[in-house]
Design a protein around this ligand. Structure first.
Ligand code: GDP
Ligand code: IMO
Ligand code: MG
Length: 464
């Protein structure tokens, strides 16, 4: 009990809690090993690039030391892969802590939830023997639901765009968030009130059916059919309704730790990303508080997951994209095909400017670097250290719409490596050139790398 004590900060002399803890271990005779039982800090995990950085793997791994895992934004546009003992699980809506039997997994108000996809995922996890009871899985009553008309609008709108497609996942994400902002959205709690649900769906479809018939030239949707279908599954969803803010507060009061699981990546953020080639939610760390209903001071650590190179799915500027043999090598070696849509991911060199901006926008305390093993065999590795834009050298991306399309990356070359690193479990076991690459990333981003992933498996990880 004593060792689990949270060390206080000393406000008058501005000594941080971490410092006090370090001094305690130095002079008390207790070894830091005995500290292992201490809870992990409340941690937000976000993608620091354009998604698919390996967030699922890192969340699953950190979930071991956390008690509650919460999704706070996005929907089933996400595809988060976990690999345990060679068995792969891809999650789209359910938090990546679900494979740890004793953990509580929550879906926050900031998420947009497709109830049909959710139930499919629940069933598929059940067949794998995972306990999917409402004691360990909860959905905020305020979570907005993605309904069939959202998906239909997403697809119809994209197909009308011809040469200007965003390349959405077609999962109805944008239209659902639009309804939320327009205050005509359907929330999970509405499933408990059939009359209200029917009235709201009728109202929403009054507008949308005009869009379907007049603009998209497709069939209108029958609001009663949509409602009846939804009501037929409502009984399977409503047991999961749970006040997420209260659950997080309770967890915190009893000394438990929380892990927030971001979806997409910072540069797909609706405000800070490469607008308009973005998703429709805020993907930055600050969204964790809003999207789960807690105060920002609840969060203690912010980990940006960063692939050792860069990938992007869908349209939009990508300064370090490689449309050559090396790009193909990264795609093949890294199995860079979308976990949600199966689309090939565009690949390129690591762009430190993009990650540097993510550090700024999210207040990253650490980086979890993934997929560095994929770079094996490339003789010379390049990192984009700055941009050239309108004749000027820039440390951060220019801010104009689509300005990223007009930058020229300034590269630095580092030596590659040929060794198989997938079994390395300590930093010192890594080849010198891999160590150099990691150290350089720390210098370029100003953030320490605290986790290094050397393969998709849960245990293929080095924790520093
Ligand atoms: P997420 O959306 O950020 O969770 O990432 P995805 O699951 O869409 O894509 C990451 C892919 O890389 C998945 O197939 C993971 O199994 C895999 N992966 C994660 N970390 C590593 C790693 O360190 N090395 C290799 N080779 N694969 C990894
Ligand atoms: P995870 O969580 C990569 C991209 C789409 C498209 C844009 C808008 O697995 O990292 P949307 O359907 O959200 O309206 O599409 O965002 N996108 C992702 N790219 N990983 C994701 O999620 C993504 N979710 C959306 O490809 O360019
Ligand atoms: Mg993904």
């Amino acid at each position: 009990k004593f060792l689990r004590f949270r060390f206080p900060a000393c406000a008058p002399c501005r000594v941080r809690a971490g410092e006090i803890r370090r001094l305690f271990y130095r002079f008390s005779g207790f070894s830091r090993e005995s500290e292992k039982g201490e809870n992990m800090a409340n941690t937000v995990i976000i993608g620091s690039q354009w998604g698919d950085e390996g967030k699922g793997k890192i969340v699953d791994m950190l979930a071991t030391d956390s008690d509650v895992i919460v999704r706070f934004q996005g929907g089933n546009n996400a595809g988060h892969t976990i690999e345990v003992n060679g068995e792969r699980t891809i999650l789209h809506t359910i938090p990546s802590g679900i494979l740890h039997e004793e953990k509580l997994c929550l879906i926050g108000n900031g998420v947009v939830l497709d109830p049909y996809v959710f139930l499919k995922e629940v069933d598929s996890l059940k067949t794998k023997g995972v306990n999917m009871s409402a004691t360990r899985l909860g959905i905020s009553p305020k979570t907005h639901l993605i309904l069939p008309y959202h998906c239909a609008i997403d697809l119809a709108r994209e197909s009308l765009k011809a040469g200007k497609k965003i390349g959405t996942t077609g999962r109805g994400i944008g239209p659902c968030y639009e309804d939320k902002a327009a205050r005509i959205g359907i929330r999970a709690n509405d499933l408990t009130d059939p009359d209200l649900l029917r009235t709201k769906i009728r109202a929403a479809l009054t507008e949308k059916n005009i869009l379907f018939t007049e603009l998209y030239k497709t069939e209108p949707m029958d609001p009663d059919k949509v409602t009846d279908e939804l009501l037929s599954i409502a009984d399977r969803i409503t047991p999961y309704l749970r006040d997420v803010s209260e659950a997080l507060l309770d967890a915190s009061k009893s000394g438990k730790s929380v892990l927030w699981e971001g979806a997409q990546g910072v540069h797909l953020d609706i405000d800070h990303g490469t607008y308009p080639f973005v998703t429709s939610s805020n993907t930055v760390a600050g969204a964790a508080a809003i999207g789960s209903g807690v105060g920002p001071n609840f969060i203690q650590r912010i980990v940006g997951v960063m692939k050792a190179y860069t990938t992007r799915v869908g349209a939009g500027p990508f300064p370090t994209e490689l449309e050559d043999e090396t790009g193909k090598f990264l795609q093949d070696n890294g199995h860079e095909f979308g976990a949600t849509t199966g689309r090939p991911r565009r690949c390129g060199w690591l762009d430190a400017v993009v990650v540097r901006e993510s550090a700024l926008l999210c207040g990253l305390t650490d980086i979890a670097m993934t997929k560095i093993d994929v770079l094996r065999g490339i003789p010379k590795l390049k990192i984009c250290v700055d941009y050239k834009y309108k004749g000027r050298r820039m440390e951060y991306p220019p801010q104009g719409e689509n300005a990223l399309a007009d930058v020229t990356p300034i590269y630095e070359e580092l030596p590659g490596f040929d060794e198989d690193i997938s079994d390395c479990r300590t930093f010192s076991a890594l080849p010198g050139n891999v160590q150099k690459y990691i150290k350089r990333v720390e210098q370029l981003t100003g953030v320490k790398v605290s986790i290094i992933s050397v393969g998709p498996g849960r245990n293929q990880t080095i924790v520093l």
